[in-house]
Design a binder for this molecule. Structure first.
Ligand code: IPM
Ligand code: MG
Length: 393
């Protein structure tokens, strides 16, 4: 059995060496300014996904109506990323769906069901995790803001490596022993850490916080931390501090200290966990959007799952689309429409955090997603958006 394990391990190592070689070659960065049309693919997903992505697409289409008319952007619907179709093909992303996705420049994606052992679906890999890997979307950027408290965080979660990259490739060595793998590479750590520093520099932020458990997980987290300190030397005006994930989760709950943090950079699983906590502080995971960015493609989504219970209980129309609308603002910024993105963020701050004239509760005592979007669009088009935002937020 040791021989068998050795063989599997050898295959894994080989794959990772090839991946590193690929990263070393570098990739060309998509230049959206020179693209016509920019193709925005929309995948509805599962559960509440089709409902909230329909709302997010309507908001995006509204923001981009001139560009759609001039042919600068087009929307393309991709139907096959449902759990039914994925289960049928026993694949995280069926081949034809992946081809369609790769034919787009950016993707707006609704949440997708992540199967688990013993559940009703075959235990295939998460579509999110697969898409991040297939498109090499190495940066998971998750902003969290609580304006009234002075919190303005931006999380840079490494999105392809860490505990995730071989998350479906661990194995049982004997009846009693299960082994999983965690991978951090020099190149993988460097590109996400550099992105965090560049963001800090561009936004005049003088501090970046790297979050690890490098005192215990010495090799992989140790490397992540070492790369961070190496990159930090290139940014003399930015101070890098390292926090361990356990105390960091506590500090996010410390009102006296938490607003001092600005930019976080962290390995995949810690980023997954810490960003849910941060989103909860902002008002719930339903309020937070997420950008998955690579050199060539980018995908924008909610940070939460598909909430099948809401569909079973016939409450999908009350689901909060804010998370995907935030993600849409990130999409706008990414493809070169920073001013439109800013306005959309302001309208969301106003509608979902400050004025809250139409309030979503997820149940029939609150507004529907449709009603919220109407309210949001009326704020977005209102000439007084800027002054209302100044007063409210
Ligand atoms: C997220 C989600 C995913 C993750 C799931 C759905 C696989 O929790 O985007 O944070 O773990 O990354
Ligand atoms: Mg998560």
């Amino acid at each position: 059995m040791i021989e068998k394990a050795k063989e599997k391990f050898a295959a894994i190592v080989k794959e990772q060496i090839e991946r590193v070689e690929q990263m070393k070659k570098g990739a060309e960065k998509t230049d959206y300014a020179s693209l016509k049309p920019i193709i925005i693919g929309v995948c509805g997903g599962d559960g509440i996904g089709p409902f909230i992505s329909k709302h997010a697409e309507a908001v995006l289409a509204h923001a981009l109506k001139d560009e759609a008319a001039s042919g600068k952007v087009i929307f393309k619907h991709i139907e096959g990323l449902t759990i039914e179709n994925r289960a049928k093909h026993k694949k995280a992303i069926p081949d034809d769906v992946l081809t369609e996705i790769k034919g787009c420049h950016v993707i707006l994606k609704g949440p997708t069901t992540t199967p688990q052992a013993g559940g009703k679906w075959p235990n295939i890999e998460s579509a999110n995790v697969a898409m991040r890997r297939y498109l090499d979307l190495f940066a998971n950027v998750r902003p969290v803001r609580v304006a009234l408290e002075g919190i303005d965080w931006c999380f840079f979660r490494e999105n392809t490596e860490g505990a995730y990259i071989l998350g479906s490739k661990g194995f049982d060595i004997t009846e009693d022993i299960s082994i999983d793998f965690k991978v951090i590479t020099e190149q993988g750590a460097e590109r996400i850490i550099r992105m965090a520093f560049e963001y800090a520099k561009d936004n005049n932020i003088d501090r970046v916080t790297v979050v690890t458990k490098s005192n215990v997980v010495k090799t992989t987290d140790g490397r992540f931390s070492k790369v961070a300190f190496r990159i930090a030397e290139e940014y003399p005006n930015i101070k890098l501090d390292e926090w361990y994930i356990d105390i960091m989760t506590a500090k996010l709950l410390d009102p006296a200290r938490r607003k001092d943090f600005k930019v976080f950079v962290l390995p995949n699983l810690y980023g997954d966990i810490l960003t849910d906590e941060a989103a909860q502080i902002q008002g719930g995971v339903g309020t937070a959007g997420s950008a998955n960015i690579g050199w060539r493609w980018a995908m924008f989504e909610a940070i939460h799952g598909s909430a099948p219970r809401m569909v079973e209980e016939d409450r999908a129309k009350y689901a909060d689309p804010s998370s995907m609308i935030r993600a849409s603002a990130m999409l706008l910024r990414h493809i070169g429409f920073a001013e439109k993105a800013k306005k959309l963020d302001m309208a969301l701050d106003l509608c979902a955090q400050a004025e809250k004239k139409v309030s979503i509760t997820g149940r029939d005592n609150g507004a529907t997603g449709d009603e919220f979007v109407k309210y949001l669009l009326s704020c977005l088009d209102n000439a007084e958006l800027d002054s209302r935002w100044e007063q409210g937020v």
